[in-house]
Design a protein around this ligand. Structure first.
Ligand code: SF4
Length: 703
């Protein structure tokens, strides 16, 4: 690294690629892949290699606090002092009149660990409510429940390094070729170098990942549990299970066996729409492999039965004993750069910091004592969809939205609009005027973005990295931790007198001492000088932990992994019917990120997918008299979308696909996929069901 170069981490996806930051003679930021970084070894995907445009182009940035006294008036520029005085006085008045559960925070998996930690300390410790949730609820909360109930804690057992040690991959409900490109590149290279490596992809769409696979199981959406149970049954019947591991290191196998034998492989084939021979082949590939890794993302998690899908998939790792050894294990792919860091500090309505349990009185007492407060409320806070539902119903009066754009990303966006209109007070803390949500703010606070503040993040493989501040924030924008701490002081709370993000990080690290995520020997100096670390890091000489559970001791009371039995083998989403005969599934395109507030600024990222289109199978297009390029009208019980049709046999018959990125500011609210989706959630994880909405599609005719 040259003298004028610094290291940072990409702020898009959970892969967590290392980036070298340079500046040109005009002080503009330049980026390139960090060749020494263990994750990406110099590679960057299209999003990462264009990050500098986002930093250098400040034309859309929120530059100073804006406030309005009533909804009939426009917002006006105010000082930071006036903005935070007003926020504190409104929060105090609402809490006094309606109690602490009448206010809440909705934060983001893009927030840094220090920001997540402070927002949670402020809300759970000092405001006295657990009403703090995150947009990570929308992408990986089903995986969190899966890990907790299987291994005893939310702990991803493996590393990217295990990819090069495995010979079998089951990629379920994920398209890493587009959404985790550098991770997928490692997988591609591994297969190119080792042709015996087998890849199985489970997806209703023939994605680029599926095209690269040896076997594509193009299942009917929502039938995943049946499919994985059928694979489990076949493994058992073929004797391809690890009896020793099951006997000595697991619990619940008897009930699991009973469930997998309740459906034959033939019946499963019919239910899933997958040929029987392919189910058998998948089981044989998995069962005969030396190292089996499952990878999954939204296709499993974003479902009314997302937790059950996770259980069914995790059980395949247990039945084959493929956990806690090199080149094997279940590996959930996090979508956001710091979804994992947020989980470490308890950044959800039902979690506490350092993997402590909100519903355990002893854990609440320990956290309260650490923060020097009387108690932590034992009442679960509102999760993401519950929060906006409570706003709509008037139970929640004020919400503070940080670094996320629910007007585009939440399901059933018309309900979100109603909720925002009904709220008494909305604070939006963000970087860009391009966010549709900013339009609803009574108080709009300018936040610093990537490279404009320092802090840490944790990627999908538990790897913590330090991100330096290299650029001054524009206008009066401030680091999020500074905004939270100043607000806390205006509220009259003690314990927020930090001089730096480093002090906040040190406080968090000291809280982890003796836990399974111990990073008490980590600090900014080590991260700056020694590079990234995978937690836990239990002493000063420790270089981080690549793999968990190598001793086969899990974090459950019995130290055994648990076979959790899916409660429902059937999908519970509202079914298709005569009025809405097709299944809509939503997702992401290669070059865009979330609601495009950043990637939407980069012209070259728009060429791959310039506008949203509806992917529809030729048979469904024929039935509905739709030609390629026609404007289609897609309807569900919640709303309407109009976009052009792209007829392709890459999508299964009776299923249609829409990308979720576009919102009102970037196109029109008729392009917004979430006009259609339901506010249905998985009962255990409370993650919304973005992958199954009953819709109708027809050619749009102007009235
Ligand atoms: Fe960034 Fe993810 Fe691309 Fe890596 S793969 S450069 S982390 S967006």
């Amino acid at each position: 690294m040259l003298k004028n170069e610094v290291k940072s981490t990409c702020s898009y996806c959970g892969v967590g690629c290392g980036i070298i930051i340079k500046k040109d003679t005009n002080d503009n930021v330049l980026v390139e892949g960090d060749k020494e970084h263990p994750v990406n070894k110099g590679m960057l995907c299209s999003k990462g290699m264009n990050l500098h445009y986002v930093v250098n182009d400040r034309s859309d940035r929120i530059l100073y606090p804006e406030m309005r006294w009533s909804r009939s008036h426009p917002r006006e520029r105010v000082s930071w002092n006036d903005a935070l005085e007003r926020a504190a006085s409104v929060f105090k008045a609402i809490i006094k009149k309606h109690g602490p559960d009448s206010v809440g925070f909705y934060v983001s998996g893009q927030s840094l660990t220090e920001e997540y930690y402070i927002a949670n300390k402020l809300t759970k410790g000092f405001l006295g409510t657990n009403n703090i949730d995150t947009n990570s609820r929308l992408c990986m909360s089903s995986a969190v429940v899966g890990y907790k109930k299987t291994f005893g804690e939310d702990s991803v057992p493996i590393s990217y390094e295990d990819i090069e040690l495995a010979d079998c991959f089951l990629i379920a409900g994920a398209n890493p070729a587009w959404c985790h490109p550098i991770l997928f590149r490692r997988l591609e290279k591994h297969k190119e170098d080792n042709p015996e490596v087998k890849i199985i992809v489970v997806d209703p769409r023939k994605t680029d990942s599926a095209n690269f696979a040896d076997l594509h199981l193009q299942l009917i959406p929502g039938t995943d549990v049946v499919l994985y149970n059928a694979i489990g049954r076949r493994l058992f019947e073929r004797g391809l299970i690890d009896d020793d591991f099951i006997k000595n290191h697991t619990e619940g196998f008897k009930d699991y066996k009973e469930q997998i034998f309740s459906t034959s492989v033939k019946q499963a084939s019919k239910i899933c729409g997958v040929p029987e021979k392919d189910i058998r082949k998948a089981a044989d590939i998995i069962g005969l492999s030396k190292g089996f890794i499952s990878m999954w993302a939204m296709g499993l998690n974003q479902s009314a039965v997302g937790t059950d899908k996770n259980f069914a998939l995790l059980n395949l790792s247990l039945i084959t004993g493929q956990v806690g050894k090199p080149g094997s294990g279940p590996f959930s792919l996090t979508g956001q750069p710091n979804a994992m860091g947020g989980r470490e500090v308890g950044g959800m309505a039902n979690l506490l910091a350092v993997h402590k349990d909100l519903f355990n009185p002893e854990h609440r007492r320990e956290v309260a004592q650490f923060w020097g407060v009387d108690k932590i409320s034992d009442k679960a806070g509102y999760t993401a969809t519950e929060m906006f539902d409570a706003l709509e119903k008037g139970k929640l009066k004020a919400v503070w939205i940080v670094c996320t754009n629910p007007l585009v990303s939440m399901p059933n966006t018309h309900q979100i609009e109603r909720a925002m209109k009904n709220a008494k007070f909305i604070v939006v803390q963000d970087i860009s005027h391009k966010s549709d949500t900013a339009a609803y703010a009574d108080l709009l606070l300018p936040a610093a973005g990537w490279l404009e503040k320092e802090g840490t993040m944790t990627n999908s493989e538990r790897r913590i990295s330090y991100l330096p501040q290299e650029v001054r924030p524009p206008g009066e924008a401030k680091a999020d931790v500074e905004i939270f701490c100043e607000f806390a002081k205006k509220m009259g709370f003690r314990g927020f007198n930090y001089n730096s993000s480093e002090e906040i990080y040190n406080e968090y690290c000291s809280m982890t001492k003796g836990t399974n995520i111990d990073v008490s020997y980590l600090n900014y100096d080590r991260l700056k000088n020694e590079g990234t670390f995978q937690w836990p890091v239990p002493d000063y000489r420790h270089s981080g932990t690549k793999r968990l559970f190598e001793d086969k001791k899990f974090y459950t009371p019995s130290q055994k992994a648990i076979f959790n039995i899916p409660k429902s083998i059937e999908n519970t989403s509202p079914k298709t019917n005569d009025n809405y005969p097709l299944i809509l599934t939503t997702g992401r395109v290669r070059d865009q990120w979330h609601t495009m507030t950043r990637t939407g600024k980069v012209s070259r990222l728009k060429t791959h997918y310039p506008t949203p289109v509806l992917e529809i199978n030729p048979i469904d297009a024929h039935i509905n008299k739709i030609k390629n390029g026609d404007i289609t009208e897609i309807k569900s019980q919640n709303g309407v979308v109009r976009v052009r049709a792209s007829i392709t046999d890459n999508i299964k018959e009776s299923v249609v696909f829409l990308p979720m990125h576009w919102g009102k500011k970037l196109q029109s609210d008729l392009n917004r996929a979430n006009n259609l989706t339901n506010t249905i959630v998985d009962p255990q994880s409370k993650e919304p069901d973005f992958k199954y909405t009953a819709v109708s599609v027809k050619k749009y005719k102007k009235p």
